[in-house]
Design a protein around this ligand. Structure first.
Ligand code: ADP
Ligand code: MG
Length: 615
C-alpha cells in the first residue's frame, strides 16, 4: 500500500505531511516553503497557477485570482455566508444551475471543489516529487463546524485531484493528535486556531484515545489578513502624510506594500524592530518616492490589539457550550500561523489563565496530525480512535414547515437516529421527506440536504402505514439515509445526493477535463521548447548563410535558404510536428556549409537538446 498523506487544506495556506518512521514530517514545496498559499490564478490563455506565484498576482489581477475558496465550499449562492463572500471577494461569485455558489473567471464557471482540487493537486505534486512515488490517498482536514455539504464538497475536491479521501478529520482533532495527546488520559483541551482569514476555537475531550470535540465557535472573517490590512493602512497613512500620495490608489504599489507589511509582521514575531523598504513605490513632479519606515513590535501591537481581542468572545462561548470552566482545561493548543505573534500568545495566556502549550509549529500541526491519522489507517502506526461530534443538528421538516431535530448538535459521530413516518391522508401513495441540517426552528431557515419520497406505499387509511427511516452520520460527518417499510419489509437506500453541489457525473466530467487540460498543457510545453530550439538554429543558420555565401557551392546555400524559409513557416503555423521535421532538415543542410568550410570532417549529429560545446 502506498503512503496516505495528510493535507491541511487551509483558507489561506495549505500544508502537506507524511509519516516517516513513526514521525510526521512536513513536505516543503519546490520553492522550499513548508506551506503553500491556497490561491489559484488564471491567465488569459487559460493557463493557471497555484501557490506563491498566484498569490503575487492577487492585487494586479484581482478578478482572475481566486483565494479563500474554502469559504464557498458547499454553500448555496443565496446563503448569508456566500453573499458576504461575494460582496467582499474581487472575483465574481455566481449562481450555478443548481443554486450553488460558483466562481466565474472570464467566460468559464468553476465550482468551489474544482478550485480546491487545483490546490490539492499542487499539494499532491509536492508530495510526489519529494517522495518519488505516486500518491493516491489522503486524509484531508476541515473545520470542526463544517456541515455535510461542506464535507462532501471537500471529498469531491479530493476526487477531482485524483486523491481518494480516506478520511475527513476535524482540524482541532488533527492538531491534538500531532501534539501527542492520545497518550494522555482524561484531558480537556482548548484548540485556539488563528489563521489567515478565520478564527476557530474548539474544546476537546480526550480519553482512552478517543477524541471528542465538545464545542466549537469562532469568526469566519477574522485572521492574520486583518492584521496585514491594519498595517497597510498605517504605512499608507504615514506615506501620504509625508508625500501627499495615496498608495491605495495604485494597485501595483498596494500589492508591494501588502507583501512587505506581511513580511514585517512575521519579522516582528521574533524581533522587536524591523525596517520596511520600498524603493520607487511612487512618483510625482518632484521625482520618484521611496517608502522607508521603521516599525517597532510595540507599534504593531497597539495597532492590532483590538483585532486580537475579538477572538476572546468566541472563546467564552465555546467554554459555555461545552459546559467547562477555564480552570478545568488541562491544555491550550495554539494553531494557525498568526499565533506565532507574541501578543496573541500573551492574550491567550491571560484569558485562559495558563500558558499555551508550545513546541510544535502552529501552521504545520494540522497537516502533521492528518498524516498521523493516514499512517494509522495504512497500518504504519498504531490506530487511534477518532471520535468527533456533529457540529449541527440533523432533522426533518414536519407539518407547517417546522424543523424536527433527530440528532442534536454536539452528538459524537458516527451516530444514528430512527424515526417512524406515516401518511397524513387516506390512500396516500408516498411519504415526502425533507432532510435538513441546522439550528433554526423553521425548516426553511436551515440547510436543505435532500428531499425525497418514500414510495410506493400500499393503499391504507391515513396513519396506518409505517415507514422507519434511519439517519446515519459517519465518521467523516457525512449523512446517509435508509428507509424500511415496516408493513412490507421493503427497504430503500436514499441517496442524500449532491450535497457537494456536484453529482458523480459532474466529478467525472471535471476529471476528464483536467486530463485534457494536462495534455494541452504538455503540448504547449513541447511546442515552446521546439520553437526555442528552431529559433536558435535559424539564427545560426542565417548567420552562416550570410557569412559563407561566397565561399560555398551555390546549391548548398539555395537548399539551406529553402529549409530556413520552410522552418519559419512551420513556426508561424505553430505545428509541432512540422517544426520538428523542419528542424532536422535544416540541421542536415546547414551542416553542409560547415562541412564545406572546415573540409571533410566527420560530423556527429548532436543529440536533441544537447548543447554543443565550443571545441
Ligand atoms: P489558514 O489556516 O487560514 O490557511 P495559516 O495557519 O497558514 O492559515 O496562517 C496564515 C496566517 O499566519 C497569515 O496571516 C500569516 O501572515 C500568518 N503568519 C505566518 N507566520 C507568521 C509569523 N511568524 N508571525 C505572525 N504571523 C504569521
Ligand atoms: Mg488553518
Amino acid at each position: 500500500m502506498g503512503k496516505i498523506i495528510g493535507i491541511d487544506l487551509g483558507t489561506t495556506n495549505c500544508c502537506v505531511a507524511f509519516v516517516d518512521n513513526g514521525q510526521p514530517q512536513v513536505i516543503p514545496n519546490a520553492e522550499g516553503s513548508r506551506t503553500t498559499p491556497s490561491v489559484v490564478s488564471f491567465a488569459k490563455d487559460g493557463e493557471r497557477r497555484v501557490g506563491n506565484v498566484a498569490k503575487r498576482q492577487g492585487v494586479t489581477h484581482p478578478e482572475s485570482t481566486v483565494f479563500a475558496i474554502k469559504r464557498l465550499m458547499g454553500l448555496a449562492f443565496e446563503s448569508k455566508n456566500a453573499q458576504k463572500h461575494a460582496r467582499l471577494a474581487p472575483y465574481r461569485v455566481v449562481k450555478s444551475d443548481r443554486g450553488d455558489a460558483w466562481v466565474q473567471i472570464g467566460e468559464k464557471l468553476y465550482s468551489p471543489p474544482e478550485i480546491s482540487a487545483m490546490v490539492l493537486e499542487k499539494m499532491r505534486e509536492v508530495a510526489e516529487s519529494y517522495l518519488g512515488e505516486d500518491i493516491t490517498e489522503a486524509i484531508i482536514t476541515v473545520p470542526a463546524y463544517f456541515n455535510d455539504a461542506q464535507r462532501s464538497a471537500t471529498i469531491a475536491a479530493g476526487k477531482i485531484a485524483g486523491l481518494e479521501v480516506r478520511r475527513i478529520i476535524n482540524e482541532p482533532t488533527a492538531a491534538a493528535l500531532a501534539y501527542g495527546f492520545e497518550e494522555k488520559e482524561g484531558q480537556r483541551v482548548a484548540v485556539y486556531d488563528l489563521g489567515g482569514g478565520t478564527f476557530d476555537i474548539s474544546i476537546l475531550e480526550i480519553a482512552s484515545g478517543v477524541f471528542s470535540v465538545k464545542s466549537t465557535s469562532g469568526d469566519t472573517h477574522l485572521g492574520g489578513e486583518d492584521i496585514d490590512n491594519a498595517l497597510v493602512e498605517e504605512l499608507a497613512r504615514r506615506f501620504k502624510e509625508s508625500t501627499g500620495i495615496d498608495l491605495r490608489d495604485d494597485r501595483v504599489a498596494l500589492q508591494r506594500l501588502k507583501e512587505q507589511a506581511e513580511k514585517a509582521k512575521h519579522e516582528l514575531s521574533s524581533s522587536l524592530e524591523t525596517e520596511i523598504n520600498l524603493p520607487f513605490i511612487a512618483s510625482d513632479e518632484t521625482g520618484p518616492k521611496h517608502l522607508e519606515a521603521t516599525l517597532k513590535r510595540s507599534e504593531l501591537e497597539i495597532l492590532v490589539s483590538e483585532i486580537i481581542d475579538q477572538t476572546l468572545g468566541p472563546c467564552e462561548q465555546a467554554l459555555t457550550d461545552a459546559g467547562i470552566k477555564r480552570e478545568e482545561l488541562d491544555e491550550i493548543l495554539l494553531v494557525g500561523g498568526q499565533t506565532r505573534m507574541p501578543m496573541v500568545q500573551s492574550k491567550v495566556a491571560d484569558f485562559f489563565g495558563k500558558q499555551p502549550h508550545r513546541g510544535v509549529n502552529p501552521d504545520e500541526v494540522v497537516a502533521m496530525g492528518a498524516a498521523l491519522q493516514g499512517a494509522a489507517l495504512a497500518g504504519e502506526v498504531e490506530e487511534v480512535l477518532l471520535l468527533d461530534v456533529t457540529p449541527l443538528s440533523l432533522g426533518v421538516e414536519t407539518g407547517g414547515g417546522v424543523f424536527h431535530k433527530l440528532i442534536i448538535r454536539n452528538t459524537t459521530v458516527p451516530t444514528r437516529a430512527r424515526e417512524i413516518f406515516t401518511t397524513s391522508v387516506d390512500n396516500q401513495s408516498f411519504v415526502p421527506i425533507h432532510v435538513l441540517q441546522g439550528e433554526r426552528e423553521m425548516a426553511e431557515d436551515n440547510k436543505s440536504l435532500a428531499k425525497f419520497e418514500l414510495a410506493p406505499i400500499l393503499p391504507a387509511p391515513r396513519g396506518v402505514p409505517e415507514v422507519e427511516v434511519t439517519f446515519d452520520i459517519n465518521a467523516d460527518g457525512v449523512v446517509n439515509v435508509h428507509a424500511k417499510d415496516l408493513g412490507t419489509g421493503r427497504e430503500q437506500d436514499i441517496r442524500v445526493v449532491v450535497s457537494s453541489g456536484l453529482t458523480e457525473e459532474d466529478i467525472k466530467r471535471i476529471i476528464e477535463e483536467a486530463e485534457t487540460y494536462k495534455t494541452t498543457d504538455e503540448k504547449r510545453r513541447v511546442l515552446a521548447e521546439l520553437r526555442n530550439a528552431a529559433q536558435a538554429l535559424l539564427y545560426t543558420s542565417e548567420r552562416a548563410v550570410e557569412e559563407c555565401r561566397e565561399l560555398v557551392a551555390e546549391e548548398v546555400i539555395v537548399q539551406v535558404e529553402a529549409d530556413i524559409e520552410a522552418l519559419h513557416q512551420s513556426i508561424d503555423d505553430g505545428d509541432a510536428i512540422a517544426i520538428k521535421d523542419g528542424l532536422e532538415t535544416l540541421e542536415l543542410s546547414a551542416y553542409k556549409i560547415a562541412e564545406a568550410m572546415y573540409g571533410n570532417v566527420e560530423f556527429d549529429a548532436p543529440a536533441k537538446g544537447e548543447v554543443q560545446s565550443d571545441s
